[in-house]
Design a protein around this ligand. Sequence first.
Ligand code: ADP
Length: 270
Amino acid sequence: MNLNVSPNLFNPLPRSKEVENPEIDKSEFVMEWKNILYMLAHDMKNPVTSAGGFLSRLFSGKYGSFTERQLDYLELIKDNLGKLDRLVKHLLDFLRFESKEYRLVLNPLNILTILSKNIEILKTEADKKNIKINFDEPENIDSVINADAVMMSRVITNLLENAVKYTNQGGTITVKFSDIDNDLLVQITDTGIGISENHLPHIFDAFYRVAEDLGGSGLGLFIVKSIIEAHGGRIWAESIPGNGSSFSFTLPKEIKSNIPTKSLRAGHSI
Ligand code: ADP
């Protein structure tokens, strides 16, 4: 599935209907497109999850052993299924945030703990490319704020996954956690390929991708930005092409904001 579509995906009207009824409300068509996309992505989620479950059973060894070549193919299936799973999740999140449909579930959350946990999970991926992740856990910072645990985990995973993806073999990723006045500050810096000056202002736009050949939806950073802003924080990127990139975000210690909800369609809520 090629998700590298233009943001105008939601704008064009089916020509025939436009001619049939010039009065028709454009926004209804836009809504219709979004609903169709949402339903498609939603229906893809279960088969992808269930295929992943069956694959895990095969890998468990309980159902017989495999030749080297069969294992190589199974690994390829696993990788591709992982990519598909990521695309479907990104698409669902994008539609939720783009339609302001998502309401954050705010609970006391230790940002430092969630940071350490996600770094630990990403280490396996980083090890495969011999990438070192440095993280000195600071002391004496009150890192518990009201935040959405699932969404914050998604922010950190996305930024770390990108850092690994866009850093070459043997590189380094440095994670810093600090607090400045009323904000917590997280910085994820890599020694990767970097982003050129002309691309940098656009990387948080939906469907914007710099490196086509590495795959991806171009939705990850849009989702990350939406989540951070929904928490009342800020996110920005700095980069030197060829030297690496640094993504920083703040979260207010007192989070008050939330995304307003509105229905995409009566009786159908994403
Ligand atoms: P994708 O799924 O394509 O990675 P993202 O929204 O996460 O989508 O990122 C948008 C674009 O920003 C990517 O295509 C990539 O070119 C660039 N990018 C993101 N993170 C990094 C990084 N750490 N180093 C270099 N480029 C990056």
